[in-house]
Design a protein around this ligand. Structure first.
Ligand code: PMP
Ligand code: GLN
Length: 382
């Protein structure tokens, strides 16, 4: 037998795979992993089909199909008042995961530090570790999950190469406000830190809030790469399509990694998305669509002993289970899946250090009304 040692011994199977597999095994209703269980718009499927039949089946240009890059440049300009060159400042990726991974690999070197806000979406820290760098966590705490920017600023050292933010936030469901963006801008101004702004839930914000994109702030332009996911916007997580936006100087470096990582993303799907997004209502209606789902979920769950603070964005809702159980969140999520038939996601896997026992779990409400109602019925008798 050949001998080798694991290059990545700290890695574990993601909590999303673990909980979805457990849900399947126990025939639980799966409100854990974040994906919709209703169909993609048939018109979009027809467009993909149309472009496949038209022969768009070979490699796309490395940076993306120009029609799509141009469509996105227009969208960014109209929503965020920012002008990005479709040819040199936007790259289509194999999902936001690839955009994040390639961004980290392009800029973070062994010995560097990267500040992450925890709970952190699960692909940030492993990529930082694979780059040979160290993640420096800033932990959000229940019940308000707010950032004390002065405290966060103390984490900056001369080794800090990158800062990763995520608004709307997965799993907390909170959005940055103007004060956060100002504090962020001031904090980074005297530094050479690259800002990686994960904005995959840009179109899912509730209660009249506005998504504050890092792309809207001229003072951040020089240092920002922002990542997006068509999986979220088009209800098509399985297509693994996304994009990254940033100043040409940064994008050049990004592309040097992207081209040797995946080279390019699915061609026919890019053409189809470019045509589909001609109609902005395809994404501008998403906040209302998901807010209705959030409200329905909260209403259906009101007779259960979970306590909820309505989510402000993303398609996730945190629920406090302290009136139900003394178990820690991982054990509680397993118990709920196996014994009660509803799978959820615990928060502790999104922290790199031991955290106070928050007693909250994450529900995904990107599900049909029937699924949400069936889950609530199973939880009524708790
Ligand atoms: N960032 C966050 C915060 C996410 O929730 C996700 C996945 N849902 C991603 C990145 C990855 O997106 P994709 O599925 O397009 O790779
Ligand atoms: N982003 C999804 C979530 O937060 C999961 C994506 C995945 O399974 N990698 O649930």
């Amino acid at each position: 037998m050949i001998q080798f040692s694991s290059k990545f011994p700290s890695a574990e199977t993601t909590i999303f795979s673990v909980m979805s597999a457990l849900a399947q095994k126990h025939e639980a209703i799966n409100l854990s992993q974040g994906f919709p269980n209703y169909p993609v718009d048939p018109r979009l499927i027809e467009l993909v089909h149309k472009y496949m039949l038209a022969g768009k089946n070979q490699y796309a240009p490395m940076a993306g199909v120009p029609e799509l890059n141009q469509r996105l440049a227009k969208k960014i300009d109209s929503l965020y008042g920012a002008s990005y060159d479709p040819a040199t400042e936007i790259t289509i990726t194999a999902g936001a995961t690839e955009a994040i991974f390639s961004s980290i690999m392009a800029f973070v070197r062994p010995g560097d530090e990267v500040i992450v806000i925890e709970p952190a979406y699960d692909c940030y820290l492993p990529a930082i570790e694979l780059a040979g760098a160290k993640g420096v966590p800033y932990a959000l705490k229940a019940p308000d999950w707010a950032i004390d920017w002065e405290e966060l600023g103390q984490l900056i050292t001369e080794k800090t190469r990158m800062f990763i933010i995520n608004s709307p936030h997965n799993p907390i469901g909170r959005c940055f406000r103007e004060e956060d963006m100002q504090a962020l801008t001031d904090l980074l101004a005297p530094t050479n830190i690259i800002l990686l702004s994960d904005e995959v839930y840009e179109h899912i914000v509730f209660d009249g809030q506005k998504h504050l994109s890092a792309l809207s702030y001229p003072a951040l332009r020089d240092r920002t790469l922002a990542t997006y996911s068509f999986g979220k916007t088009l209800h098509s997580t399985g297509w693994k399509m996304g994009y990254v936006v940033g100043a040409a100087r940064l994008m050049r470096e990004f592309r040097m990694v992207h081209q040797f990582n995946v080279f390019s993303a699915n061609t026919a799907v890019q053409y189809a998305i470019a045509e589909y997004l001609e109609d902005p209502s395809t994404y501008l209606g998403l906040s209302a669509f998901f807010q209705a789902k959030r409200d329905l979920f909260l209403d259906l769950m009101k007779d259960t002993p979970f306590q909820f603070e309505p989510s402000g964005g993303s398609y996730f809702q945190l629920g406090d289970y302290s009136q139900i159980s003394e178990l820690n969140d991982v054990d509680f999520a397993r118990w709920l899946t196996i014994e009660k038939g509803v799978a959820v996601i615990p928060l502790s896997p999104f922290y790199s250090q031991e955290q106070p026992d928050n007693k909250v779990v994450r529900f995904c409400f990107a599900k049909t009304e029937e699924t949400l109602a069936a889950a609530a019925r199973r939880l009524e008798g708790l």
